[in-house]
Design a protein around this ligand. Sequence first.
Ligand SMILES: [Zn+2]
Length: 219
Amino acid sequence: MFLGHFGAGFGAKAVVRKVSLGTLLLSAQFIDLLWPTLLLLGVEQVRIVPGATTVTPLLFEHYPVSHSLMAVLVWSFALGTVHFLMRRDRKAAIVIGLLVLSHWLLDAIVHQPDLPLYPGSPDKMGLNLWSSLPATLAVEVPLFVIGIWLYARTTKPTDNSGKWGLWTLVAFLSVLYAGNLFGPPPPSVVAIAWAGQLQWLLVIWGYWLDRHRSVSART
Ligand SMILES: [Zn+2]
């Protein structure tokens, strides 16, 4: 899942209007932001097997620190707590924790049964929507569109950067997603990891964009 996580991050702005889009995207995508570093450190493993699923050529062999449910609950609590200590906003902290957790739940819809419940767990979760491209798109695209729509109606641009920065980000994410779906499989695991690290730029984009938009009056 890719666009759906971003949809969750964008959409959360309607609930916690004071929290920057950057923080929301960081939370919704947190475990996928962690994963490339763990791959580079050799702590987690993925294999490229063209045809592994209809949608992605990646076989997620081992990713207990970023993607086991137990670890995600810890990350969820950790991010919520850090935010609470910084901002003393209980509601925002809860939403941030839930966003971190939402990543695992959304992944569990599309992944093959490869998501462990806890490190070393023999039981793995995954409803394998990735066996069908139309079914995957039917979940991801509406989540993304609804999230963008909520963000766009909750905030309004204060200048041209705020206006075009949003639509360029939306276009950029869509192109990235299409590239993943229809492009050639990644050449190596190291290439996957470095491409994954570039996602931090999307978080920075979120912080930048949010400074060029203000929360509109409640409708
Ligand atoms: Zn993930």
